[in-house]
Design a protein around this ligand. Structure first.
Ligand code: ZN
Length: 369
């Protein structure tokens, strides 16, 4: 293979250093064709036509337009204290359970909105926001879900890992939250929270043993199988049986918007047999770009075309598959809907606001008897 690779590289270097004599150098010898065939088996293709030397992955995904991949969020419900939040319709029949997904609406934060806009519900202690406002927002949200602003709220210092912690009320009093991306408890009267602004929140409840869990899954955590690991931990710690579990995948960045580089595909392929089913080639439907493509040619970043297809990953489906692999029934999994990047009036989006964003919270807890 080393021999083949070095021959191959020599060819590419030649063709890229003398692009004007392209037709002559583009001549494909049987040897080169044999090499290309080998690359093709591995899903790779040789770069041509003035692109930098090297190889890239062949995009042979299903194609889609962004709007085909959108799943809008349900209408938020309004709590007794006036705060809107999103609930899982199928979970209404479990009165023992507290749960909800926040939006950016309501609250007292002014860090991420226009001067004349009403306050917003940033629930993360971000650098741009006042700690006091975030604390007030957290109390408002706890009150919306449980009826009391004093309900202890356990949040994590999230690090895109597969670390899961078992929490109790004492964790709500910590000055520095525990590090991890999953949290679970069997203790009634506390709310477990994960914070997101594009990443995928996943809530899980054990209907028989009354155990609850919350997970934070960005692409890195998804690759590390945070949700699958977390359910394994529920089985280990509490004896939860997968058939007794229900799960809800909350709002996050959708496949409509989540463009990623080829390296993300490679990493997913190294971990999941179904990886290619999670990716789509998505075409930009911007009418100005479609009509005047020449205007945008100079904005090309290396290796990325704003006009042609870009690779999008569906983290919601990725996490749904992890829930299935962990033994949950498909009918026990609710996908709430909503894209943080498309629905910016409703959600904070880290990507859509170039890093200047508040955080939403997804919470779950056991109502005390
Ligand atoms: Zn979207």
């Amino acid at each position: 293979m080393c021999h083949l690779t070095s021959r191959y590289n020599r060819h590419v270097t030649l063709s890229s250093s003398k692009p004007k004599t392209g037709p002559k150098l583009a001549k494909r010898t049987p040897e080169i064709e044999a090499i290309d065939a080998l690359f093709s088996i591995a899903g790779l293709t040789r770069n041509r036509r003035g692109k930098p030397a090297g190889i890239t992955r062949q995009l042979r995904m299903e194609r889609a337009m962004p709007q085909e991949l959108q799943k809008p969020a349900p209408e938020p419900r309004v709590a007794a204290n006036g705060l809107p939040f999103i609930a899982v319709p199928a979970w209404g029949k479990m009165p023992w359970l507290w749960h909800g997904f926040s939006t950016r609406k309501g609250g007292v934060s002014r860090a991420y909105c226009a001067d004349d806009a009403p306050g917003e519900l940033n629930l993360g202690f971000t650098a741009a926001d006042d700690r006091e406002n975030v604390t007030r927002n957290r109390r408002l949200f706890a009150e919306a879900i449980t009826g009391s602003p004093d309900t202890p709220l356990v949040a994590l210092r999230q690090v895109h890992s597969n670390v899961v912690v078992v929490a109790g009320a004492a964790d709500a009093l910590r000055e520095r939250p525990r590090k991890g991306d999953g949290v679970m408890t069997a203790e009634p009267g506390i709310l477990l929270a994960v914070q997101t602004a594009d990443c995928i929140p996943v809530l899980v409840a054990d209907r028989k043993r009354r155990v609850v869990a919350a997970f934070h899954a960005g692409w890195r955590g998804t690759v590390k199988r945070i949700v699958e690991t977390g359910i394994g931990r529920m089985r280990f710690e509490f004896g939860s049986r997968p058939e007794d579990l229900v799960a809800a995948i909350g709002p996050g960045i959708g496949a409509c918007c989540y463009a990623v580089g080829d390296e993300v595909l490679s990493i997913f392929e190294s971990q999941f047999s179904y990886a290619r089913l999670l990716f789509r080639e998505v075409y930009d439907s911007d009418p100005v770009r479609t009509r005047y493509p020449m205007l945008f040619l100079t904005q090309r970043a290396p290796g990325h075309s704003p006009i042609g297809p870009s690779l999008h990953v569906d983290l919601i489906e990725a996490n749904r598959r992890q829930l299935l692999d962990a033994g949950l029934k498909a009918s026990a999994i609710s996908v709430v809907g909503g894209c943080t990047s498309c629905q910016r009036e409703l959600f904070f989006s880290h990507r859509a606001s170039r890093g200047h964003a508040g955080r939403m919270m997804s919470v779950i807890g056991i109502r005390p008897r």
